[in-house]
Write a protein that binds this ligand. Structure first.
Ligand SMILES: Nc1ncnc2c1ncn2[C@@H]1O[C@H](COP(=O)(O)OP(=O)(O)OP(=O)(O)O)[C@@H](O)[C@H]1O
Ligand SMILES: [Mg+2]
Length: 453
């Protein structure tokens, strides 16, 4: 057995604290209802730190809410220590990205809020809150108000409020993503140290993150979700916990692998792990009639392509994100948009320009528009559909409602809106149609280019 397999076997022998069994979740009412989570099965075991990764909208926060008992599954069940969960999960405390502090309460009072449900004598509440405040490095700030605190200190309050109940399990929903890079790094280390050295009672941690680097740095296990609907694509063992920290090379390799998985959403993880060249994505299943357009503007996209061109036309996504000081997920969205439009290929964690991508990078402003138009009409089904409908419509005008309805067969209501907005942004730039914001109406301008084929 390899060390990886040994670690995995040891991990799977540990006691399961929380389990999702075939959890599915719909939002909305039939026939508009959208499947957000599809048959999720997941174990959270004692003494493990699990990172949950997945594209925006893959249902990560929804899954946390269900496991915490704040929302109920449409089907399937959550087990806590083997028993079905009813109501709020008493073993869990959650920390959110947004801190969620009460501005009119002091640090001390904000932390005591965590204990509100417990009905403790005031003195004991105070005592416990002070301990949590000490532990998390907020000593001396007890009487401060949130507005007096930096982002990092605010998130310490968020952590203290969660830890004050001494939860068996801690849920973290992108807890560090609103913080400055170094502040986040510092807080990550402190939290890991508190947990690994068992200075807190928490036995297991489940963290949602968009930051692959962070997931690899912290987690014993990485679970990767896919989107539309959210489902578990697979999981990878994290790096062994070594002191002082795992080797940079192993870290980089794992980060690369996760990038590769996330940039190939339609590929089986097992195939990617074998390093086989990625097959073309399978034909969309009937439930998904549209590509998911990443929400990026044309300006960002051309900037991305020009920068990539400047780097020689090929770059490791991970290094690229570092270079641009961007969140991995945002860069991934750009790379996927470039890919849909035929400007870039994604290969083994690298992004590389296609011939069209190079032409775009070399073009002047007017040529850019022409090239973008060609690529958008070839690559983007929604834009083609709008153009086709406009050609056929009387006076070449159509209302957006029909398109939104169509999109809602593949996406939730707000996501359908975002998808259409992205298509509007791209199509307007390409000048393949015009759009009246107030009327929600598409129309063709006199000299709009006709659609081919
Ligand atoms: N209360 C709700 N009603 C209807 N749809 C919802 C609701 N909450 C979430 N959704 C939809 O469910 C999907 C999953 O949302 P969720 O917030 O769980 O995703 P996520 O993976 O956490 O995304 P992100 O990475 O952007 O935080 C999204 O399409 C979202 O629009
Ligand atoms: Mg979320």
């Amino acid at each position: 057995m390899t060390p990886d397999q040994t670690a995995l076997r040891q991990a799977t022998e540990r006691e399961v604290i929380i389990a999702a069994r075939g959890v599915s979740k719909y939002y909305g009412e039939a026939p508009q209802r959208v499947l957000v989570l599809d048959d999720i099965t997941l174990d959270l075991r004692a003494d493990e730190f699990v990172a949950l990764l997945g594209p925006s909208g893959s249902g990560k926060s929804t899954l946390l809410r269900i496991l915490a008992g704040l929302s109920s599954p449409s089907s399937g069940e959550v087990l806590v220590h083997g028993a079905p969960l009813v109501g709020v999960n008493p073993h869990v405390a959650i920390v959110f990205q947004s801190f969620a502090l009460y501005p009119w309460l002091t640090v001390q009072d904000n932390v005591e809020l965590g204990l509100l449900a417990w009905d403790l004598p005031a003195a004991e509440r105070r005592e416990r809150a002070l301990r949590a405040i000490d532990l998390i490095g907020l000593d001396g700030f007890e009487t401060a108000y949130p507005r007096e605190l930096s982002g990092g200190m605010k998130q310490r309050v968020g952590l203290a409020r969660a830890l004050v109940v001494e939860p068996e399990v801690l849920f973290l929903d992108e807890p560090f993503s609103a913080l400055d890079v170094l502040v986040a790094e510092n807080l990550r280390h402190e939290l890991l140290d508190l947990w690994r050295a068992r200075k807190i009672f928490t036995r297991s941690i489940l963290m949602v993150t968009h930051n692959i680097d962070e997931a690899v740095q912290m987690a014993d296990r990485l679970v990767i979700l896919g989107a539309n609907p959210g489902r578990v694509r697979g999981e990878l063992p994290g790096l062994p916990r070594e002191e002082p920290r795992p080797k940079a090379e192993a870290h980089a390799r794992l980060v690369d692998m996760v990038y590769r998985i996330m940039t190939n959403p339609h590929e089986e993880i097992s195939v990617l792990l074998r390093g086989a060249p990625s097959a073309p994505p399978p034909l969309a299943p009937s439930a998904q009639l549209y590509q998911a357009l990443p929400q990026v503007s044309v300006g960002e996209l051309t900037g991305f392509i020009e920068r990539l061109y400047g780097l020689g036309g090929r770059e490791d996504l991970y290094a690229f994100a570092r270079d641009l000081q961007m969140e991995a997920d945002d860069l991934l969205a750009l790379a996927q948009a470039a890919n849909l439009l035929g400007f870039a290929d994604l290969e083994a964690g690298d992004v590389l320009l296609t011939a069209a991508g190079r032409r775009l990078a070399e073009a002047d402003i007017l040529e850019e528009k022409v090239i973008f138009r060609e690529q958008a009409t070839i690559g983007i089904a929604l834009i083609r559909q709008i153009m086709r409908e406009l050609e056929a419509a009387p006076e070449h005008r159509i209302q957006e409602d029909g398109l939104l309805k169509d999109l809602q067969r593949s996406f939730s209501v707000p996501e359908a809106r975002r998808q259409l907005d992205t298509a509007i942004d791209w199509g307007r730039y390409a000048e393949v149609f015009a759009y009246d914001d107030e009327a929600g109406e598409f129309f063709l301008e006199e000299d709009a280019p006709a659609i081919k084929a």
